[in-house]
Design a protein around this ligand. Structure first.
Ligand code: PLP
Length: 335
């Protein structure tokens, strides 16, 4: 199977901001865009994006999961990066237009169509290191994806707890912006190479935050613990969905600070589970934590039953196998 996100539909929806208004959005070839080499994004990283999915249900309909939550986050990222304000109704229309254009090619579950709205600063102005791009471009790329869990849902990741470094500057954490991934990349690659871990769980000053691209959840019996929302980390929509489902299932959800010492202590209890959440992999078990050269198994070190139950409950809603009680799906084709 090809790597996640490396195959694209041949067209995407695109609009440009000329300093005053957004152009009428249109479907255009997705193999290239034209950009001045001095474009603001290429020098000062004025870029943000979103990641969401459309699913094909058994009745042939195509539904997008939590589109409005993603658009709201996209608008906020654009605002925090001082990019031109997006028109959220237009972005919504672009996502729907793009997915409708390729509705016939949305994979069957467990596959899906991954949707990647992107917003970049295009003003040719290398003198604007401390100024915003007054022009920009927004496009919605589509990528059909297979089952992340083709290898089975018993995967359990190995994470390094990193207390010295951080993923990104603390005031940038909740922006889904390119520069944040660049800043986490080298430490993550080094940890993968030297310690054979899958990811770094960034825990600046002992405060458990998140990995390079996923939120962290600790499940101790009937209690689910995860960091409360603040500026320092990305407010995942999968995180929010899992917390909502956990509450629906009668679990006790604690959104609060979690210290490395509490995490290590709790993780040793039998039945304790840990997981990472994000749109791509939904919910993935964490089996091992590495801290200051010592290894800690989380529970029995294997994929957790509650983690798998929560992932299935979310997939069931996404795949049309359970009722969409929270109104998370938007039907765009064969409704
Ligand atoms: C996208 C992302 C997540 C997960 O967000 P979802 O909305 O659940 O996909 C978590 N952390 C980071 C840093 C991310 O970029």
């Amino acid at each position: 199977m090809t790597a996640f996100g490396s195959v694209f539909m041949p067209e995407m929806a695109l609009t440009v901001f000329d300093g005053e208004k957004w152009s009428e959005a249109a479907m255009v070839p997705s193999d290239s865009i034209s950009l001045h080499p001095g474009a603001h994004v290429l020098h000062y990283a004025s870029t943000c994006f979103e990641g969401l999915k459309a699913f094909r249900h058994a009745d042939g309909s195509v539904k997008i999961f939590r589109m409005d939550a993603n658009i709201a986050r996209f608008a906020q990222s654009s605002e925090l990066l001082a990019l031109p304000a997006i028109d959220t109704a237009q972005t919504r229309d672009m996502i729907v237009m793009a997915v409708k254009s390729f509705a016939g090619e949305v994979p069957e579950v467990p596959g899906s169509l991954y949707i990647r709205p992107t917003h970049i600063g295009t003003e040719p102005a290398v003198g604007k290191a401390a100024g915003p791009s007054l022009t920009s471009m927004q496009y919605v790329l589509l990528s059909p994806v297979g089952d992340y869990f083709a290898g089975g849902s018993d995967v359990a990741l190995r994470l390094l707890l990193e207390e010295d470094g951080m993923r990104c500057a603390p005031h940038m954490g909740r922006i889904k912006s390119g520069g944040n991934y660049a800043s986490a990349l080298r430490p993550t690659l080094n940890a993968k190479r030297d310690l054979k871990v899958d990811q770094i769980l960034f825990c600046p000053d002992g405060d458990v935050q998140e990995t390079g691209a996923a939120n962290f959840l600790l499940i101790d019996g009937n209690t689910l613990i995860t960091k409360a929302l603040d500026d320092s980390f990305l407010h995942g929509i999968t995180r929010d969905s899992i917390l909502t489902i956990a509450r629906d299932l009668g679990m006790n959800v604690e959104e609060r600070d979690l210290s490395v010492s509490e995490l290590l202590e709790r993780s040793q209890k039998p039945g304790c589970e840990a997981a990472l959440s994000g749109t791509a992999a939904v919910l993935t078990s964490v089996g091992t934590l590495l801290h200051k050269g010592k290894e800690y198994q989380v529970g029995d070190g294997k994929a957790g039953a509650t983690t798998n139950k929560l992932r299935k409950a979310l997939n069931d809603i996404q795949w049309g196998r359970a009722e969409d009680t929270h109104g998370w799906l938007t039907c765009v084709s064969s409704c």
